[in-house]
Design a protein around this ligand. Structure first.
Ligand code: C2E
Ligand code: CA
Ligand code: CA
Length: 756
């Protein structure tokens, strides 16, 4: 309960305090009332007693007068009596007419006897008693008696004392009680409990105490008063509690609730930040003011954050998040406007990594900003441009249905990048892009549309860059197949299932094996996957980078075994462009080669000519580093890459590998192309290896034209390590001039793709 809201707690504590105060107040009031009642009762009793006192005193005064009178009468009549005064007691009674009469008591006769005879007065004579001045009371035979002693004097002196007394009998007492208005009790000793009063002086030694019971009416009134007051206490407490609660509620809790409700609301969904009401200048208003202040600041930073989160820091274009939000907003609107559609273009710059590596990241960023500017100019006003990350941009176009605006935009972008290199500090940066286009189809989600554009872009890249592709459903299947294949290839690499085969390259002048080319094989199912298939896949996915290193390591480790028979044998390793784009490639290769204790000069790296069709300083630099490290560089598939001869001149290349298509022209009796290549190689002082030599005729023509280094099925197909070792042994030791012997081969499985 106490962990609940402030209101609950406040009320709980208030209730507890009220209860406690109520109980305490009740207890204290009960005690006080009790005491005041007691006091009131006592005071009332005292008053009764005072009244009784006064009345009795009056009685006594009257008695004194009576006694004086009696004494006079007695004085007149006593002469004969005094003879035996000590033995006689006097008594007075009333006669039938109500007049006091004397009587004489004999020795031993007591007042009781007088009372029995209804004598209202007591007269007693004593010759020896001591005089008590003034009226007083004596207690005799359980009966209070008002008395007065009068000295009887004769000529001879004091004769004795006459004691006049009036008993306070039942009748007298009733009269007295009636006058004071309360029941009285007389006793010779002071009562312990009730208030009492000593009546008359006590010199007689027999004082009389009078006490009275508390007044029952007053007692009842007080009980009722106390009960009512005590009942009022809890009622008052409850009222007080309610009043305090009401005050707390009105002054504090209600406003606090209002404040907190407003404070909570912004966190619920995307509601705008509230303004707290300010009514006056109390603490809550101060709080509301500072909350409003905070809210303003928050609103401000919220806007900034909103923008920051949705914008790319470099180009200030929207980012992926904003794109998805926009798509989510546009897509439902499309359902209502069937005449419109959405097209999403994903523009990915080709090999931007090379730009970054060669120009540095800072300038790379500036190039990206220039690309963003360029794209902005190419897009229409209604299109939205985004940078999704790295070198990937997106353009969102809202188009009339059936329009081909997206394709035209893609073409414009490709052409523009082709025709107008970007200018960065007077350096022309030639870029190309691959573009995927996806149109919105009914019931597509934003992420699906994005995925479709991505697949189309992926396909465009696969087509060899500088292309655009429009998404089709078939693409989806081919991509998922490729994803499957990629997974399998990754696993094959991880589980070391790939194999390295070797194909010899001979110098046909003496039949010596001068090199072996390492070629990777992927056994899958019953057969082998053709390298042309999976190498491309490995390049697309970047898997070629770890794979290339693995291939190089396996091939290098095999080299010592191959060199057992052919100590001068060189090893040719194929490198992919992606590998060459790794800035740490050369040091890594050096480390590998050194690890296998192979001389650098015995290792040749084959790179496809197409790599150098474009001006790319970074790649050329990498090639230089390879050459400077002592490795030989071969230009593979020479003749197919359309490189300018001028560019080739500047490359540190040792050997040209004449592409198989060129070799085949010889079979058809056309020697022009081969001649031209050989001429170039002579001019450039490079060796030439003819690839794909399959027939005797081809071999002879090549020899006749002066090309002696050959590779092809005519001599040997690629073979696994044990077989090539055996082949090398059978081929005999290095020797001088031909004749060439043809050795029967087992077929190269790479040419018989598996049946999966
Ligand atoms: P490439 O570098 O031009 O390799 C020569 C290709 O020609 C090999 O195909 C080889 O088996 C084939 N070949 C050799 N002589 C003949 C012949 O007389 N007739 C015919 N029809 N073919 C012949 P393979 O092994 O299928 O490799 C295909 C391509 O795959 C290679 O072309 C190379 O570009 C790539 N490749 C193979 N292994 C590797 C590797 O380990 N790393 C890299 N990066 N690429 C590789
Ligand atoms: Ca090759
Ligand atoms: Ca080749």
């Amino acid at each position: 309960m106490l962990s609940g809201s402030l209101r609950k707690r406040a009320y709980f504590y208030l209730l507890m305090i009220t209860l406690l105060a109520g109980i305490l107040g009740w207890g204290i009031t009960a005690r006080l009332l009790e005491r005041s009642s007691q006091q009131l009762l006592v005071e009332q009793q005292q008053r009764v007693l005072q009244r009784a006192d006064r009345l009795l005193n009056n009685e006594l005064l009257q008695l004194a007068t009576q006694a004086e009178r009696l004494a006079m009468i007695e004085r007149a009549a006593r002469q004969p009596l005094l003879q035996d005064a000590s033995k006689i007691r006097f008594a007075l009674w009333r006669d039938s007419a109500g007049h006091p009469q004397f009587g004489f008591l004999r020795e031993g006769e007591r007042v009781r006897a007088m009372r029995a005879q209804d004598w209202p007065w007591l007269l007693s004579f004593s010759a020896s008693s001591r005089l008590l001045s003034g009226p007083h009371i004596i207690w005799q035979d359980a009966l209070p008696m008002l008395t007065r002693q009068i000295p009887l004097q004769s000529v001879t002196g004091n004769d004795g004392w006459l004691l006049v007394g009036q008993p306070l009998d039942a009748t007298a007492r009733t009269t007295l009680e009636h006058s004071v208005g309360a029941a009285l009790r007389f006793s010779p000793t002071r009562p312990a409990a009730q208030p009492s009063r000593r009546l008359l002086p006590s010199a007689s030694g027999a004082p009389l105490f009078v006490s009275t019971e508390p007044d029952p009416l007053l007692q009842q009134w007080l009980t009722e008063r106390n009960r009512t007051l005590l009942l009022a206490i809890p009622l008052l407490a409850a009222l007080l509690c309610a009043a305090i609660a009401l005050l707390i509620e009105l002054l504090i809790l209600r406003r606090l609730t209002q404040l907190s409700r407003l404070t909570i609301s912004p966190s619920e969904g995307s509601a705008p930040l509230p303004r707290w009401p300010v009514r006056g200048s109390d603490e809550f208003d101060t709080l509301a003011l500072s909350l409003n202040d905070m809210a303003d600041q928050l609103r401000h930073s919220q806007h900034r954050l909103f923008d920051e989160v949705r914008r790319d820091g470099l180009t200030r274009l929207g980012n992926r998040k904003l794109l998805i939000e926009l798509l989510d907003r546009h897509i439902p609107a499309l359902q209502e406007t069937p005449q419109l559609t959405l097209a999403l273009l994903l523009v990915d710059l080709d090999e931007f990594k090379v730009v970054n590596d060669s120009l540095g990241h800072e300038r790379g960023d500036r190039v990206l900003a220039l690309v963003a500017e360029r794209l902005m100019n190419l897009a229409r006003g209604s299109d939205s441009l985004f940078r999704l990350g790295g070198d990937e941009f997106a353009i969102l176009c809202l188009l009339p249905r059936q329009s081909q605006g997206a394709e035209r935009l893609a073409e414009r972008v490709l052409q523009d990048l082709d025709n107008h290199p970007l200018l960065l500090e007077n350096t022309a940066v030639q870029l190309s892009a691959s573009i995927g286009v996806a149109y919105y189809q009914p019931a597509l989600s934003s992420s699906e549309l994005l995925r479709n554009a991505d697949l189309a872009m992926y396909e465009a890249k696969r087509l060899g860059r500088r292309h655009y592709r429009i998404y089709s459903d078939a693409m989806h299947h081919s991509v998922s197949e490729r994803l499957h294949a990629e997974q399998a290839l990754r696993q094959a690499l991880h589980e070391q299932q790939l194999e390295i085969w070797f194909q010899p390259i001979l110098d046909t002048r003496d039949g010596n094996v001068v090199m072996v080319e390492a070629l990777v094989r992927w056994p899958r199912g019953q057969g082998y996957v053709p390298p042309s298939d999976f190498i491309a896949l490995a390049e697309e996915t970047g898997l070629i980078i770890p794979m290339g290193i693995w291939i190089a390591r396996q091939a290098l480790r095999a080299l010592p075994a191959l060199r057992e028979h052919w100590p001068e044998l060189n090893l040719n390793i194929n490198l992919s462009v992606l590998q060459l784009m790794q800035s740490d490639l050369v040091p890594r290769l050096c480390a590998l080669v050194d690890e296998c204790a192979v001389p650098h000069s015995a290792v040749h790296f084959e790179l496809t000519e197409s790599l150098f069709a474009e001006q790319n300083e970074f790649l050329v630099n990498q090639l230089r580093q390879l050459s400077d490290a002592g490795f030989k560089v071969h230009l593979d598939d020479f003749g197919t890459g359309y490189s300018s001869l001028e560019r080739l001149l500047t490359l540190p290349v040792d050997t040209l590998k004449l592409d198989r298509s060129f070799t085949q022209t010889l079979e058809r009796g056309d020697e022009r192309l081969v001649k031209a290549v050989l001429l170039i190689s002579q001019e450039m002082d490079m060796q030439v290896i003819a690839e794909g030599v399959e027939t005797e005729k081809e071999m002879q023509r090549l020899q006749a034209l002066g090309c002696h280094l050959m590779q092809g099925y005519l001599f040997a197909k690629p073979m696994p390590l044990p077989e090539i070792r055996e082949w090398l042994t059978r081929h005999g030791a290095p020797r001088s001039p031909p004749p060439m012997v043809r050795i029967p081969q087992r077929p190269d499985p790479a040419l018989n793709p598996p049946s999966h």
